[in-house]
Ligand binder design. Sequence first.
Ligand SMILES: [Zn+2]
Ligand SMILES: [Zn+2]
Length: 131
Amino acid sequence: MEGVLVTGTAQAGLEGECARCLEDISDEMVADFQELFVYEESDAEEDEALRMEGDLLDLEPVLRDAVVLSLPFQPLCRDDCPGLCVECGARLADDPDHQHDEAIDPRWAALQTLGEATDEEGGRTPGPTEE
Ligand SMILES: [Zn+2]
Ligand SMILES: [Zn+2]
């Protein structure tokens, strides 16, 4: 091929949020890249090939691809991040013993007695009350 094969290593800082607990993440990443740039005057037919501009080559698309492909699909603050409490949204990593007692919310307690009453009447599941 008529061109320059560019090989390198990119180092980048990452800023983001944990996919589970939304904690801010700040990390470093390293991505290797290798790309062929064909000479500007080359008549290479490949449209996909990157082309030099005179003596210069534009590394930006190469770096962007290398970094994006190396990014974790779901960044985590730590591999075993326990995420957020499904009931109150507390961050479980900050509070490993966090739990809610099993008491039923008073707003739902009435519904449960309703269900029990129906069971005693023969086990039918309550249907819609509207006509
Ligand atoms: Zn997390
Ligand atoms: Zn909670």
